[in-house]
Design a binder for this molecule. Structure first.
Ligand SMILES: Nc1ncnc2c1ncn2[C@@H]1O[C@H](COP(=O)(O)OP(=O)(O)OP(=O)(O)O)[C@@H](O)[C@H]1O
Ligand SMILES: [Mg+2]
Length: 324
């Protein structure tokens, strides 16, 4: 449980987990990362699978531990295979778009190793605790926010191995006073590791969105992220191509800096929805660094229309789900 002392900084988390230094020592045998131990020991597949989840290799099914977060109607996981493709930028702007459309929204920065939400949302202070020791999320642009960046100094690294990471993510999901919200957007780190696995084992995910840039090198890893969600039975809402093209603000000439259209082709081949193309826009980067995400401004309609479209279809789908 995160209490006042543990919120004093990284050091306390560090000491809390037995051998959390990530040095590879210690006694944990649970190398598959599923946290289920027992017969799963030594499995390297990482799927956490018991019966009913792919290739069951143990009697305990970690997905049995999945419980909804009280008051949270839908959870959206934003993932990618590769780093730096724009997941956090996308998550922040999607959250703002949903809020602009009248929805109650939370944004959980699940990237413990490189939290971006404090900078991108332009807020960083220590959250309060309720009388029953729940964390009160910060609030900006009408969105409830939680990030490890609010709890540890900006330049302090989180040097943790799996079990501690799993514990912190679980606390961010279950020990934060999210209240009544329509959408909780979860900004994941790149890849398919402990954080992703903990998320999908702890709470039911309604929508997974994979962000990729157009290059093959990003798409190869995006396919791994899609395969991970498929393996753990998380419904994939679609794939979005970020940094899709560039329109020169001086001469209006278009350049496909990182190639173009790869994500759409991959989506068609894999049978998943293609959600749209977000161009490279200088303002996206500059405003992100200033903590004023582009969706809070009335500029770049070509960018806004992509977010509006994705947000509309998420709202529609979630309403269909409730009505079903
Ligand atoms: N469409 C875009 N146009 C211009 N800059 C962008 C765009 N998308 C993202 N960026 C910039 O690219 C950088 C990386 O984006 P971001 O941090 O969102 O990626 P990420 O996938 O979350 O990275 P990580 O894997 O490290 O978490 C940031 O500086 C961001 O402002
Ligand atoms: Mg990020």
């Amino acid at each position: 449980m995160i209490d006042g002392n543990e919120m004093d900084g990284n050091k306390d988390y560090y000491e809390e987990g037995a051998d959390s230094c990530g040095c590879g020592g210690g006694e944990e045998e649970d190398s598959c990362g599923c946290g289920s131990g027992g017969e799963d020991e030594g499995s390297s597949c990482g799927c956490g699978g018991g019966e009913g989840h792919g290739h069951g290799h143990g009697s305990k099914n970690p997905f049995d531990e999945q419980t909804p977060i009280s008051g949270v109607k839908s959870i959206i996981a934003v993932a990618s295979g590769k780093g730096g493709v724009g997941k956090s930028t996308f998550s922040v702007n999607l959250a703002i778009t949903l809020a602009n459309q009248g929805k109650k929204v939370g944004l959980l920065d699940a990237d413990l190793y490189g939290p971006s939400v404090p900078t991108m949302m332009g807020i960083n202070k220590r959250p309060d605790l309720t009388s029953n020791n729940k964390i009160v999320p910060l609030e900006k642009f009408g969105i409830k926010l939680m990030s490890l960046g609010f709890l540890i100094p900006e330049d302090a690294p989180a040097i943790w191995r799996g079990p501690v990471v799993m514990q912190v993510i679980t606390q961010f999901l279950k020990d934060v006073e999210w209240g009544e919200i329509d959408f909780l957007v979860v900004d994941l780190p790149p890849g398919t590791g402990d954080i992703q696995l903990t998320l999908v084992q702890t709470v039911p995910i309604n929508f997974a969105i994979v962000v990729s840039t157009p290059q093959d090198i990003s798409l190869i890893d995006a396919k791994k992220a899609l395969a991970m969600f498929d393996k753990v039975n998380v419904p994939v809402f679609g794939i979005v191509e970020n940094m899709s093209y560039f329109i020169c603000p001086h001469c209006d000439k278009r350049s496909d800096i990182f190639k173009h259209g790869g994500a759409k082709t991959a989506a068609e081949k894999l049978g998943v929805n293609f959600l749209g193309e977000i161009p490279i826009v200088e303002d996206i980067c500059e405003l992100s660094d200033k903590g004023e995400p582009i969706m809070t401004k009335d500029i770049h309609p070509e960018v806004k229309s992509v977010f509006n479209k994705i947000s509309d279809s998420l709202i529609l789908r979630s309403e269909q789900k409730v009505g079903a």
